[in-house]
Ligand binder design. Structure first.
Ligand code: DQA
Length: 142
């Protein structure tokens, strides 16, 4: 099974960026632990600060993976294009947010993605990614 993790803008700064909101771990170090926790799963990881690159990766992984975990970061709240990309593929997509977007500014309460996704996990920190992996791996087997 292949799961693709796609992270959007500013998530390359995890560990340094607003640690009180996003924690102090880099995604790279979290990702190493995640791969160890799920040795039977093949993971790919892509991060970009550019909307079009994220759309291209969703299209590509929609064809090449069994499921996508997408934290589109700020583009969650702005990108019709990313929402359309999710609609265009058949692989299930789980939307993940490290912080609880519903407990933050109002402009973060709306997502152009959630309605197109299998589900959304928000506010459970980096643990949200492994919960999404558990869901996608069990969804594949049921
Ligand atoms: C985020 C929440 C977004 O509102 C924000 O723009 C981010 C990160 C999260 O993981 O909590 O950059 O997606």
């Amino acid at each position: 099974m292949h799961i693709a993790i796609i992270n959007g803008p500013n998530l390359n700064l995890l560990g340094k960026r607003e640690p009180s909101v996003y924690g102090s771990k880099t995604f790279e170090s979290y990702f190493e632990g995640l791969k160890e926790k799920f040795p039977a799963i093949t993971f790919s990881y892509f991060q970009s600060n550019i909307e079009g690159e994220l759309i291209s990766e969703v299209q590509k992984m929609g064809a090449e993976s069994d499921g996508i975990i997408l934290n589109a970061a700020a583009y969650t709240h702005t990108s019709v294009g990313l929402g359309d990309a999710i609609s265009a593929i058949t692989a299930p997509v789980v939307e993940v947010h490290i912080s609880n977007i519903y407990a933050r500014e109002e402009y973060r309460h709306h997502s152009y993605l959630t309605g197109k996704c299998a589900g959304v996990i928000s506010g459970l920190g980096l643990k949200g990614y492994e919960l999404a992996v558990s869901y996608l791996s069990s969804a594949k087997n049921t």
